[in-house]
Design a protein around this ligand. Structure first.
Ligand SMILES: NC(=O)c1ccc[n+]([C@@H]2O[C@H](COP(=O)([O-])OP(=O)(O)OC[C@H]3O[C@@H](n4cnc5c(N)ncnc54)[C@H](OP(=O)(O)O)[C@@H]3O)[C@@H](O)[C@H]2O)c1
Ligand SMILES: [Zn+2]
Ligand SMILES: [Zn+2]
Length: 345
């Protein structure tokens, strides 16, 4: 089968022929129909995220159709349209026992991270990782659910959003579109921060009440300018929650300055830069710094339901045949995508 293979940091991805996987006991073989390209792919390529596994098929937003089942799996599942949960926990560590497979101490698999993922014609997963998709949700619109929407669901839970909270989505892109909508559903007033006009417009379409442009006339906004605008919008209160999706030195400084007393800064994204803050700043405002990684299986089911019922919309900029993967990667790196690029193996 054809697969887009990662060969380590600073090495271009390559389309290659590799053996198709066989479903083992309790597993299903899924023919991939759509796989979203996440910003995390860029962190693999730069080496910022290096899990030490190569060669590897990337792609963790995976939608497809069950083509075959292994021993012990109900053969009636053949033909089912599914979206995949990308973690397989050990099942016995304290995190797995609580359903927090995203924190498992000894993962069995993590598709697109340490195990072969969705930028390929086929992927093999445990049957319980294949979550049914309702017929009216198309493959392309479903793909960004797998990380974009699930990450939003998980991060917003960790943020403890309350009715009327001011929530800032700092770095409005694919995950940000999910966060803006999920926060709004939880009764928050949402402020989206970004640099590209089309993404900010889309954020307003999706339920953000205010947008803040992080650039003025193409040049970076002056230090403190974003935080100042957030303070103005919130009548001096500041943000009860800031979701950091960029996390450069500059954006982290704005995020901290924008935070209200008892505000929660939630890291979802990361860059090469370190987070530096004097503890007194946090002490005075009793502020919390936390972070969010991945999601639980239950949160994937919830994310599917949110999209299936029209409460959350995914945003797909373009669908590309698998062989055009580089166009998707390049457009993402250049900031040209409004929403996800979806690869079609
Ligand atoms: N923790 C997790 O579980 C998890 C899950 C998924 C993704 N992530 C991480 O979360 C981050 C976002 O992922 P994504 O897929 O949503 O990426 P994305 O689609 O590229 O969105 C990020 C957006 O941030 C904006 N941005 C960049 N620099 C900015 C700046 N200085 N000021 C304001 N906005 C800026 C960009 O838009 P402009 O064109 O406006 O600059 C971009 O669209 C990545 O670091 C990714 O690796 C983490
Ligand atoms: Zn992702
Ligand atoms: Zn575990």
């Amino acid at each position: 089968m054809r697969a887009v293979r990662y060969h380590g940091p600073k090495t271009p991805l390559r389309l290659e022929d590799v053996p198709a996987p066989e479903p083992g006991p309790g597993e299903v073989l899924v023919r991939v129909t759509a796989a979203g390209v996440c910003h995390t792919e860029l962190h693999f390529l730069s080496g910022l995220l290096n899990l030490g596994v190569a060669p590897l098929t990337l792609g963790h937003e995976i939608v497809g159709c069950i083509e075959r089942v292994g021993p012990g799996v109900d053969p009636k599942r053949v033909g089912e349209r599914v979206i995949l949960y990308y973690y397989v926990g050990c099942g016995s560590c304290r995190h797995c026992l609580r359903g927090d497979e995203n924190l498992c101490d000894a993962l069995t698999a993590e598709y697109g991270f340490i195990s072969d993922g969705g930028f390929a014609e086929y992927v093999r997963v445990p049957a319980s990782n294949a979550v049914p998709l309702p017929g009216h949700v198309t493959d392309d619109e479903a793909a960004p659910i797998g990380c974009g929407v699930t990450t939003a669901v998980h991060a917003s839970r960790l943020a403890g959003i309350r009715l009327g909270d001011w929530v800032v989505v700092y770095g409005i892109g694919a995950v940000g579109f999910g966060l803006a909508q999920v926060a709004r559903l939880q009764g928050a007033r949402v402020i989206a921060v970004g640099r590209t006009e089309a993404k900010l417009r889309k954020a307003l379409d999706l339920g953000a009440e205010f947008v803040v442009r992080a650039t003025e006339g193409g040049a970076p906004a002056g230090a403190g300018a974003v935080a100042r605008q957030i303070r103005e919008i919130t009548g001096g209160h500041g943000a009860d929650v800031v979701f950091e999706l960029v996390a450069t030195r500059e954006t982290m400084a704005e995020s901290v300055q924008a935070l209200a007393k008892r505000g929660r800064l939630v890291f979802v994204g990361y860059s090469e830069d370190h987070f530096q803050v004097h503890p007194i700043q946090l002490v005075i405002g009793e502020q919390i710094v936390t972070a969010s990684v991945g999601n639980t299986l239950d949160e994937l089911r919830l994310a599917v339901d949110l999209v299936a019922t029209g409460r959350v919309k995914t945003v797909v900029d373009r669908a590309l045949p698998l062989e055009k993967f580089q166009e998707g990667i390049d457009a993402l790196a250049a900031g040209q995508l409004v929403g996800r690029a979806v690869l079609k193996p």
